[in-house]
Design a protein around this ligand. Structure first.
Ligand SMILES: C[S@@+](CC[C@H](N)C(=O)[O-])C[C@H]1O[C@@H](n2cnc3c(N)ncnc32)[C@H](O)[C@@H]1O
Length: 301
C-alpha cells in the first residue's frame, strides 16, 4: 500500500461510537481515534467539539455524501445539531507510514474493573493472580473495551451474571462481552450482530482468548427476533433507538428471572429506553453510569 486516507470529522464527543460505527460500515476503515484535547472537561462535553480521526485504506465512497445522508437519518431520529456537532470534515491522502500502528498507539491496556483488564493483542501483559484478561484485536469491529458503553456491560456481567448462566450478547461487535461471559464462568455464550464482517473478528478474538473450536461459544449474523432460545443473561450494547425497537425481542429471549444489561444510552436519551422497559414490564434492578453514558440492568419477572 502506498498511501492511506485520513478523514477528520468534527463531532460532539458523545457521538464517538455512532460516527465510528458509520465509518466502519461505509468505508474501508482500519481504525478510529478521538482527539481528546478539546473536551477534557466533561462539563463541556455537549457543547465542545472533538475530532474523530478515521484511518481508511481506500476511499471508494464520497465521505461528504455518506456523512450527509447519515446525519440526516440521525436528525430524523431526534438528534439535534448540538448533540451531533458540526461534522465538518477534511480528507487527506497520506504517504504510506506505518499507518496501522498509528491508531494502535492510542489503545493500550485498559483496567475495566479491579478484576477485569482488556489487553490489545500486540501487547505482552502479565496478569496478577485472580485477574481476568481479555486479549483483543478489534479489527473493524466495535468493542475494544475502552468505550464507556462496553465497560458498563462488562461491569454488569461481573456483578450480576452467575456461574453456569447461559449468555446472549446482541450486537456483539468484537465479541468482547461474550468472551468475558465465558471467562466469568458462563456455561455458554452466544453473540450475534447485523454486521457480517464482525463474525470472523469474533472468532479470531475467541481464539486469542483460548476458546478456539469451543462449542460453548458461538457467533453468527442474526438479530434477537430470529432467536428461538431463551437465556439466563442477555446483554445489548446498541444505540438507544435500536434498544427501543427491539426491547420486546430482547425480553422474548430471556428466561423467567433472567437479567438484561442494556447499554449504549446517552444520559439525555435515557427516557426513550426507560419507556421501552416500562412497555415490556421489565424491572430495573440497577442503573450504572460512566461519564455521560447510562446503563440499565433489568429483570424479567
Ligand atoms: C456499540 S456496538 C457494541 C459492540 C460490543 N458488544 C461492545 O459492547 O463493545 C453495537 C453493535 O451492535 C450491532 N447492531 C446494531 N443493531 C443491531 C441489531 N438490531 N441486532 C444485532 N446487532 C445490532 C452493530 O453492528 C454493532 O456491532
Amino acid at each position: 500500500m502506498n498511501s492511506y486516507f485520513e478523514l477528520n470529522i468534527s463531532i460532539n464527543p458523545c457521538m464517538e461510537d455512532i460516527v465510528s460505527d458509520i465509518c466502519f460500515t461505509n468505508f474501508d476503515c482500519e481504525g478510529v481515534v478521538l482527539a481528546e484535547e478539546t473536551y477534557k472537561d466533561l462539563e463541556m462535553i455537549s457543547t465542545t467539539e472533538g475530532t474523530l480521526r478515521v484511518f481508511l485504506t481506500s476511499l471508494d465512497k464520497n465521505p461528504y455524501e455518506v456523512l450527509k445522508t447519515e446525519r440526516e437519518l440521525l436528525k430524523s431520529r431526534g438528534f439535534s445539531d448540538e448533540e451531533l456537532g458540526s461534522w465538518e470534515i477534511t480528507v487527506d491522502e497520506k504517504e504510506n507510514q506505518d499507518w496501522s500502528k498509528k491508531w494502535k498507539e492510542k489503545w493500550t491496556v485498559t483496567n475495566v474493573t479491579e478484576r477485569i483488564t482488556v489487553v490489545p493483542g500486540w501487547i505482552e501483559y502479565k496478569p496478577k493472580p485472580e485477574e481476568i484478561t481479555i486479549t483483543l484485536d478489534p479489527g473493524c469491529a466495535f468493542g475494544t473495551g475502552t468505550h464507556q458503553t462496553t465497560q458498563l456491560c462488562m461491569k454488569a456481567l461481573e456483578k450480576y451474571m452467575k456461574k453456569g448462566d447461559t449468555l446472549a450478547d446482541i450486537g456483539t461487535g468484537s465479541g468482547i462481552l461474550a468472551i468475558l461471559g465465558l471467562k466469568l464462568g458462563a456455561k455458554s455464550a452466544y453473540g450475534c450482530d447485523i454486521d457480517d464482517t464482525v463474525i470472523d473478528v469474533c472468532y479470531e478474538n475467541a481464539e486469542k482468548n483460548g476458546f478456539s473450536n469451543n462449542d460453548a461459544l458461538v457467533f453468527e449474523l442474526n438479530t434477537a427476533d430470529k432467536i428461538n432460545q431463551k437465556y439466563d443473561f442477555v446483554c445489548a450494547n446498541i444505540l438507544h433507538n435500536v434498544l427501543y425497537e427491539i426491547m420486546g425481542d430482547l425480553k422474548n429471549i430471556m428466561k423467567d428471572n433472567a437479567i438484561l444489561s442494556l447499554s449504549g444510552i446517552l444520559d439525555e436519551k435515557k427516557q426513550i429506553v426507560l419507556d421501552a422497559i416500562e412497555r415490556e414490564n421489565l424491572k430495573i434492578i440497577d442503573t450504572i453510569t460512566q461519564d455521560q453514558w447510562v446503563s440499565f440492568v433489568v429483570l424479567r419477572t
